[in-house]
Design a protein. Sequence first.
Length: 280
Amino acid sequence: MNHVLTPQQVEAFNREGFVGQIRVLDADKLAVLNQRIADFESQRPADVAWAFDIKANLLFDWVYELGCLPTIVGAVQDLIGNDVYMTNAVFRIKKPGSSIDYGWHQDSARIEMTPSFVIVYISLSDSTAENGGLRVIPGTHDRVYPFTLHATAGQQKRKVARTTGVDETLAVDCLLKAGEMVIFHSNVVHGSAPNYSDGRRVAILYDFAPGAAIQSAGMSSGQLVAGQASENFGLEPVPETGLTDANVLMRRHYLTTYPENPLMGPLDPGERPTFPDRPY
């Protein structure tokens, strides 16, 4: 295993629950990725809402490949060990003037993994306080804090946990240049404000879990990106090139077979899994 993070960065992650400003992409790769996103938005606008949502790494080969970059996987291994599963990828795009506010939350609030997973936030644009960039409450990765459940508009039955009693004076803005990433612990209380700027804020977030992780409810699935396979995860394949029918059906299969994951949360008795999906 080739180490990407310095001992000081690992120590900072263990202490604060996050480590950032890690360069991942150069200007040429950034331009290619942003063009791919823009092309998809213009050519298939009706598909953006569901295809850029949960497990986009099963729909787009280039999203999967981005998450497999040695810098990303190596940094994740420095934090959670050699055996690594990519369990999710999701786009987070805020248009100029967007009022989207994700609220303070912990990604592991409803389903915990032990050992914990980490989230990699790759900024494809500059991430600032003005454009609604990522904010974290340092040191809150020690446990799951009290939360309330809220329905999410446009996503049937997806309930999101909102952390209560957050002291916002402790919040830190994760300021990133385009092409940099921040890695944060799944327990870290985080959120982002509306985009008050005149530019887009574009990011892709990945969940990476250690092969030894056991969930507090259900069982998850993922793509093995490093190390040895584990019986704790359903093994997902690599997507075909392009948004093919096979990729759509594969994503649907794994979200239906392994519906209880940290983003979707646990199922109530008799409840059927629901998730953003192609409507045809």
